[in-house]
Design a protein around this ligand. Structure first.
Ligand SMILES: C[S@@+](CC[C@H](N)C(=O)[O-])C[C@H]1O[C@@H](n2cnc3c(N)ncnc32)[C@H](O)[C@@H]1O
Length: 333
């Protein structure tokens, strides 16, 4: 494990790093990278396009240039090639949805001490009670993240011989799409809340997968969940629930599997002592802020949950994934 060599300078850099974060968020909210990816503009020309006053915009453009997300020559600004690829709404790699989702979480993070004091969430659940804008940035933010990861995951998880995949809490269906692309014999069902349907169906259309993957609406805790699957994929859903909710969710997932079916869980996984890696430890706080009982789980905790659900051959796959993510598997007898 990497240790941090703290000094006062590094400490204050960490404490104030949200200034850079907010400059990025403002750039994405104002959608200024999209016009600057098509050609250079002065601050005044961009201000006219965005219908905002020029004084603050010029300051923001200079800060984004100092962050190397814009380039400035004389008085003209351009998106860097990197910003053009990931911050322009017109680019296929646009990451603005997850950046806006992070922005929507900021107010709750500024009240973390309150959540600790009260042992209760300080925001409403992003998956259950969002505004239309928050729902889009949450679900398409999940798409942004999964697009960076799913090709790697689909290449590392062996689904040869499997025919029917259940993507439980699958959101826009990014993983189901990549598993089906990787395994030509596979068909899939995305099961998620009814409000997710338009996002999943638009994503299936975009990847020309509507013939092989369908969407089923429901509540994965209450059920019923359709059955007859030989593989169930639960990606980043357990952390939204406490141990009792996880047990219920896993029981529902297991009953949707045929005997011999494979269950796969992807989570940000903590070490046994829960004090590392950093990202899952921080992610656990994100669940404290936004859910009544959710948290990040450690590898032994996940192992126990899968075994208690009646699965055998429970193990962690040797997958190389970012941010402390890992995949646990088990088989239904
Ligand atoms: C963090 S997202 C993960 C999405 C996707 N599995 C992925 O890894 O990209 C959690 C998903 O679970 C869904 N979800 C949350 N509670 C649910 C419930 N009670 N029933 C069905 N789906 C639920 C949300 O709508 C969301 O799509």
């Amino acid at each position: 494990m990497e240790t941090v060599n703290w000094n006062p300078g590094e400490l204050l850099k960490l404490s104030g790093s949200y200034w850079s974060t907010c400059a990025l968020h403002a750039g994405v909210k104002l959608d200024l990278f999209t016009p600057l990816a098509t050609g250079s503009l002065t601050a005044a020309e961009l201000a006219a396009k965005l219908a905002v006053p020029v004084r603050g915009l010029a300051m923001l453009l200079d800060a984004l240039a100092a962050l190397d997300l814009l380039s400035k020559k004389a008085d003209r600004y351009d998106a860097t090639p990197f910003a053009g690829q990931f911050l322009s709404r017109s680019a296929p790699g646009y990451l603005g949805h997850i950046i806006l989702h992070h922005h929507h979480l900021m107010e709750s993070w500024s009240r973390l001490d309150e959540a600790v004091r009260e042992d209760a969430p300080v925001r409403s659940r992003v998956s259950h009670e969002p505004s239309a804008e928050e729902r889009e940035s949450f679900l398409m933010g999940m798409f942004n993240l999964a697009m960076l990861n799913a090709p790697k995951v689909a290449a590392q998880v062996d689904l040869s011989g499997r025919r029917r995949l259940l993507d439980l809490g699958g959101g826009p269906g990014t993983y189901a799409i990549h598993f089906c692309q990787q395994n030509p014999q596979l068909q899939g069902v995305i099961f998620d809340l009814p409000t997710t349907r338009p996002f999943a169906e638009a994503t299936l259309q975009r990847f020309d997968m509507a013939g092989r993957i369908s969407f089923a609406a429901g509540d994965f805790l209450a059920g019923p969940i359709p059955g007859g699957f030989d593989v169930a994929w639960l990606s980043h859903v357990l952390h939204g629930e406490g141990p009792e909710g996880c047990a219920q969710l896993l029981a529902n997932a297991v009953s949707a599997l045929e005997p011999g079916g494979l269950l796969l869980v992807q989570e940000f996984i903590l070490d046994a002592d829960r004090a590392a890696p950093l990202f899952p430890a921080l992610f656990s706080l994100n669940m404290l802020l936004g859910t009544p009982k959710g948290k990040a789980y450690s590898e032994p905790e996940l192992k126990e949950l899968l075994q208690q659900a009646g699965l055998v051959e429970v193990q962690r796959l040797a997958a190389d994934l970012p941010n402390g993510a890992g995949i646990m598997t088990g088989r239904k007898i």
